[in-house]
Design a protein around this ligand. Structure first.
Ligand code: SF4
Ligand code: SF4
Length: 208
């Protein structure tokens, strides 16, 4: 069985041209979205994923970031160091010392997994993006360069005034209150005329 085709509309001469001109006119009157970079710097959102900064002091060389990176583009080298016992008869400890920390931004896909998984807050996003290179090898940023990016990491946003107090602050406040209460109790229990614990006795000299 053959299906009958719908009747074709009569063609209006110049309709296509008028349609095209209407599109051109509409686009001409719209606000431009083109950024005039590099003459004008773009206004980027504060949490833009530009480059990764390393806060080396926080890094414990746990290797979690390197293991979780889907591109295997984080290179870490370290060695172990023995820390002598803090007290006589105590046990020596060993700690990891960072020798190399590098990220190959030619491979990085800016997924942010390394920053998310770092348990010690050693990695941060910086919105800086002007580090294009003519040599691909230069896109491997070594530890010193990663540290330099830390200066460009924006400060964290202010806390919502109605937000719950951060756990760390609450714990620190609790510990300070407990200590103050213990000191007040010790001062009350102290026999008049006798020094309270922690106070120097009369005639006793303080540290030089
Ligand atoms: S952002 Fe993603 S791809 Fe880039 S180094 Fe981190 S984990 Fe790897
Ligand atoms: S996860 Fe964090 S602490 Fe662990 S090696 Fe990576 S940067 Fe260092």
């Amino acid at each position: 069985m053959t299906e009958s085709l719908p009747p074709s509309r009569p063609r209006i001469p110049g309709a296509g041209l008028a349609k095209g001109l209407a599109v051109t006119l509409r686009t001409m009157t719209r606000k431009t979205v083109t950024e005039q970079y590099p003459d004008v710097q773009p206004e980027l959102p504060p949490r833009t994923r530009g480059v990764i900064g390393l806060f080396e002091e926080n890094c414990t060389v746990c290797m979690l970031c390197a293991r979780e990176c889907p591109d295997w583009c984080i290179y870490i080298d370290s060695h172990k160091e023995t820390v002598p016992a803090a007290v006589e008869g105590g046990r020596e400890r060993s700690r990891n010392v960072l020798d190399r920390f590098a990220i190959d931004f030619a491979l990085c896909m800016y997924c942010g997994i390394c920053i998310e998984v770092c348990p010690f807050d050693a990695l941060f996003w910086s919105p800086e993006f002007e580090y294009a290179e003519t040599d691909i090898h230069e896109l491997t940023h070594e530890r010193d360069r990663l540290r330099e990016w830390m200066w460009t990491v924006p400060a964290p946003p202010a806390l919502d005034p109605a937000a719950e107090e951060p756990k760390e602050l609450a714990a620190a406040r609790k510990a300070a209150d407990k200590l103050a209460a213990a000191q007040a109790a010790a001062a009350e229990e102290a026999v008049p005329g006798e020094p309270t614990p922690g106070e120097p006795t009369p005639g006793e000299e303080g540290p030089a």
